[in-house]
Design a protein around this ligand. Structure first.
Ligand SMILES: [Fe+2]
Length: 246
């Protein structure tokens, strides 16, 4: 049966903290404390990554340029709104299970596994690449964590991860992929990826947790029209091949 919330570490905390982050309070949900704690921890990872992807859409919505400006400006904001709904659903599932959802940008930045983009206004091909990369990361983790939750009897969490998180991300990948002509990065079409991302190379970097990832960087300043970069650039990894997605 469920256990009670872990007490704050000291008396001072008890004056301001209703519940410590990383704990789960009692809930008559017929779910063991251990299961609810694991689910809330996993859901907070999905939450951090989803909030990052949501904000990436808004960044791109503001900063998009080129011949595809209007349609992408609208598409990015539509996806932003849909991701915002998922953020709320995941956060409220964490609270439902008795946990504490992360909320603030600094905490999201520390936790997310999605690579941080620069403040610069990036070209369309790189915008799309980043979005597909973020989507694939969330798709992979939502499938994995849904199976883990189901195996422990937390069917509500499993359903949320499949019905809300996974399916939306798969759907949005379709829409984003088609912006690359339907035969781009997501299809692992080498020629199309070279064409779309010809000016992008990857560099080794470290995550806040100490892991290694490869982040896309622009090789040099560009003067070409967005979406039409030079063909003779090194081939970057596709989202599917990115090591931090495995
Ligand atoms: Fe807007």
């Amino acid at each position: 049966m469920a256990q009670t919330t872990t007490k704050p570490k000291n008396q001072k905390d008890s004056l301001t903290v209703a519940q410590s982050y990383g704990t789960v309070s009692n809930r008559p949900l017929a779910l063991d404390h251990r299961v609810r704690l694991a689910s809330t921890n996993n859901l907070n990872q999905v939450l951090a990554d989803t909030m990052t992807l949501r904000d990436l859409y808004k960044k791109h919505h503001w900063q998009v340029s080129g011949a595809m400006f209007y349609q992408l400006h609208l598409l990015y904001d539509k996806h932003f709104g849909e991701q915002a709904l998922v953020v709320d659903a995941v956060a409220e599932r964490i609270q439902t299970l008795g946990g504490v959802a992360i909320a603030m940008a600094p905490d999201v930045a520390e936790m997310t596994r999605i690579a941080r983009p620069p403040r610069d206004r990036e070209h369309v091909a790189l915008q799309l690449f980043r979005l597909l990369q973020g989507h694939e990361l969330i798709i992979a983790e939502s499938r994995e964590l849904a199976r883990a939750a189901a195996a422990e009897g937390d069917d509500g969490t499993s359903d949320l991860l499949i019905s809300d998180v996974l399916r939306l991300n798969e759907l949005q990948v379709w829409f984003v992929s088609e912006q690359l002509g339907g035969s781009g990065i997501a299809d692992e079409d080498v020629a199309a990826a070279q064409l779309a991302l010809g000016r992008v190379v990857l560099r080794q970097s470290r995550t806040p947790a100490g892991g290694r990832i490869r982040l896309p960087v622009q090789r040099k300043k560009r003067s070409v029209i967005a979406g039409q970069p030079a063909r003779s650039r090194p081939l970057p990894q596709s989202p599917s091949q990115s090591p931090h997605l495995r």
